[in-house]
Design a protein around this ligand. Structure first.
Ligand code: ADP
Ligand code: MG
Length: 693
């Protein structure tokens, strides 16, 4: 279990003084709900209050701390005028300015004749030096609490900087010394501080340089995080490897029947990947393989062939999709392709309830079901297989490592295939998957035409509508993707609904609307109206990102494209260009466009190669643009940033390997310390996987 030494950090933030339910909610959004989450919220700027001039010498427009004598209060004559307080030192006079002030409060805090320390931004107004609403007003003996460099934390609109800083300070106070988990030679070579010193110094930057991701303190903390990540992945991989696998291999009869039902021939690339999978599954060991392939590269049929190996060896297979829409699509495809193969294929989603669900579960447990297709619902404890041999996790980035294991634990030595359409740069691959076997579909099925991508400002809306009108006359099917407003799902919806109404009015009721807040039934209905029904335009939020397959859709409009991540734009665009007709993607952007946003849109316009887009994305994000990364599905590091810490990642990876070789159960003193590290970063599952957890 979690070491005692960490208990104080793993309590709810509401245990911190000054954090009630309201602030807790705000903080939770910013950092997380437990005390330890606050530790990783590092300052993004500083305020230097050490500038302490005489009034006469003070320069305006900067933060300063002054020692003044309060001379005269000048209450405001009416509500629009500020309350002013004249102050002086030996060199001159200045004014403190307060709007909407409570005079009793000011009289108490700044009594005439007393000496006070004030700190805040100085301004010059009609030649006079003044300070509006000082940040600090303290007695001279408390000057040390003011005269320093203050960290500035990232903020949400609604939480006050003081509350946040205080909460973080309390969190730091709860932090004890932890045993050293970094190899001592390496630590010495880098000259890094120990964990606690690094943490404290990262929170107390005394100049701008200390904010750099490659400062000693931050490098150390980043390394800790990367090491926890690599070690956790390595341990999981190890525990999978030691469980022996089973030889899963069919005699080819089933596969032949399915192959006959295929409306196309497999590409060379698909053939090759299937061979890799066959060999892996037929071996003694257990397969844990990642299949990477762009949207539309034909992963589904590969997954089906993989599952057939499990079924043909007398077992069962499962495929899990991240959304209900996608699960249903798999059901349709797989049912059709297996219609002559005498197999039972079943769907299980969150919508199955009561006796219908019990019936399905009974069939699964008795082995009457060969392939089950489902959503998260498959994870539930009462979902039991007679003999699960092959598991597929589709579009894996929506699921965590932990969840991947949950499905393959439902059988014995289950061969597992994890599929993703997110093209992932090699460095990020490592952080997400460690050393996983990888197969790649680099070729697209034949008969595709490249998508023409155009970029234009939002204010050419009228032209866009005219273009759609022409496209519709040529019988096109059109996706209209609505912008993502990070802060508010309600705003997302409002935007989507408004666009829907506008287009539906303009184009006489041939528009369908799908968004994440709809009931499943409604959403499916909307999508099928678009795929097989009367709708020619589908207005959607990013629910269409994952998996909706309407091959004859040829136009996509993306509103506020600058708000999406590159990977996401790439995935969205992958919904079109699936057939033989030419396709067009219109990226509409709002102005002003930042340089970074401009660069990103340019990449999307210039290439459809997912791997290239991913590499470029990583480079650009290194420039500090973080918008959209939350949607990219890659692990979110708290301190580490691969753009800066790529070399540390490589080191952490080697380090983790070495540790697992030498001390696979983490029993040595360093091993014990590493357990603390894993818990510190919430990698509990990795520790529980140890043979002597
Ligand atoms: P993804 O990799 O995005 O999951 P899918 O498996 O959904 O891609 O395949 C996309 C489309 O390509 C489907 O309509 C599928 O039937 C078709 N497809 C797959 N393989 C081939 C092939 N070898 N030749 C022609 N079409 C193919
Ligand atoms: Mg797919």
């Amino acid at each position: 279990m979690r070491p005692q030494i960490l208990f104080s950090l793993f309590t709810p933030i509401t245990t911190l003084p000054g954090i009630g339910p309201r602030n807790a909610k705000l903080l939770e959004r910013l950092a997380g709900s437990i005390v330890v989450d606050l530790l990783w919220l590092l300052p993004r700027d500083i305020v230097d209050r050490r500038y302490m001039p005489l009034i006469r010498d003070a320069s305006a427009e900067r933060i300063a701390t002054l020692k003044v004598t309060v001379s005269t209060h000048i209450p405001s004559s009416n509500k629009r005028h500020p309350y002013r307080i004249l102050c002086r030192d030996d060199s001159g006079e200045m004014t403190l300015v307060f709007f909407h002030a409570r005079s009793d409060y000011l009289k108490r805090t700044l009594p005439e004749g007393e000496i006070k320390i004030i700190s805040g931004r100085l301004e010059r107004f009609r030649g006079d030096l003044q300070m509006t609403h000082p940040d600090y007003i303290v007695d001279p003996e408390d000057i040390a609490s003011v005269l320093r460099v203050e960290p500035v934390y990232p903020l949400t609109a609604a939480i006050s900087p003081k509350t946040l800083t205080r909460a973080i300070q309390f969190a730091l106070d709860k932090t004890g010394d932890l045993p050293e988990w970094i190899d001592s030679a390496f630590l010495q070579q880098r000259q890094w501080p120990d964990w606690k010193s690094a943490l404290l110094s990262a929170h107390a930057p005394d100049d701008i340089a200390a904010l750099s991701p490659v400062s000693d303190a931050r490098s150390r903390l980043a390394y800790d995080e990367l090491l926890a990540n690599q070690l956790a992945l390595g341990l999981m991989r190890e525990s999978q490897r030691v469980q022996s696998g089973r030889k899963n291999k069919g005699d080819g009869t089933l596969r032949e029947k399915v192959q006959r039902a295929l409306p196309f021939t497999l590409t060379d690339c698909q053939e090759q990947v299937i061979t890799e999978i066959d060999e892996d599954m037929a071996s003694e060991g257990r397969m844990l393989r990642l299949l990477q392939g762009d949207v539309g590269s034909g992963k589904t049929v590969v997954a089906l062939f993989m599952m057939l190996n499990g079924v043909a060896s007398g077992g069962q297979a499962a495929i899990m999709a991240p959304t209900e829409i996608l699960a249903r699509q798999h059901l349709a495809t797989i049912t059709t392709l297996t219609s002559d193969a005498d197999m039972t294929v079943m769907l299980l989603t969150g919508r199955d309830r009561g006796t219908a669900r019990s019936k399905k579960l009974a069939m699964l447990a008795s082995g009457d079901v060969d392939i089950i297709i489902g959503t998260h619902a498959l994870f539930q404890d009462d979902v039991v297989f007679l003999d699960l041999r092959a598991a597929v996790i589709d579009e894996q980035h929506r699921f965590g490592v932990h969840q991947r294991l949950m499905l393959s634990r439902k059988g014995d030595g289950v061969d597992t295939l994890v599929m993703t359409a997110t093209p992932i740069p090699r460095s990020l691959m490592l952080t997400a998957f460690g050393d996983l076997d990888v197969s790649r579909l680099t070729q697209k099925p034949p008969g595709r035409t490249p998508v023409v991508t155009r970029i234009m400002p939002l204010d050419r809306h009228g032209d866009v509508i005219d273009a759609l009108d022409r496209a519709l006359k040529a019988d096109a099917k059109i996706y209209w993707v609505c912008p993502l407003v990070e802060e508010s799902e309600t705003l997302d919806l409002a935007a989507a609904e408004e666009r829907f109404t506008e287009l539906n009015t303009r184009f006489n009721g041939i528009v369908a609307l799908a968004h994440g807040r709809m009931k499943h039934v409604e959403k499916d209905e909307a999508v099928s109206r678009f795929s097989d029904g009367d709708a020619r335009i589908l207005v959607a939020t990013t629910v269409i990102e994952v998996g909706v397959d309407v091959p004859d859709a040829t136009v996509m409009v993306i509103e506020h494209a600058e708000r999406f991540g590159l990977a996401q734009l790439h995935q969205l665009r992958g919904r079109i260009g699936r057939g033989e007709q030419a396709s067009t993607c219109l990226l509409l952007y709002g102005q002003p466009l930042t340089e970074t946003a401009q660069a990103r849109l340019k990449i999307i316009r210039e290439t459809e190669d997912g791997f290239q887009i991913a590499e470029e994305d990583l480079k650009i994000r290194g420039a500090g643009e973080m918008l959209g990364t939350r949607q990219s599905g890659m692990p979110q590091f708290k301190v580490a940033d691969i753009a800066f810490h790529g070399d540390l990642l490589a080191t952490a990876r080697n380090d983790a390997k070495l540790i697992i070789n030498r001390d696979p159960d983490l029993k040595s003193p360093r091993g014990e310390a590493l357990r603390v590290l894993l818990y510190l970063f919430g990698r509990d599952a990795a520790v529980l996987n140890l043979r002597s957890g």
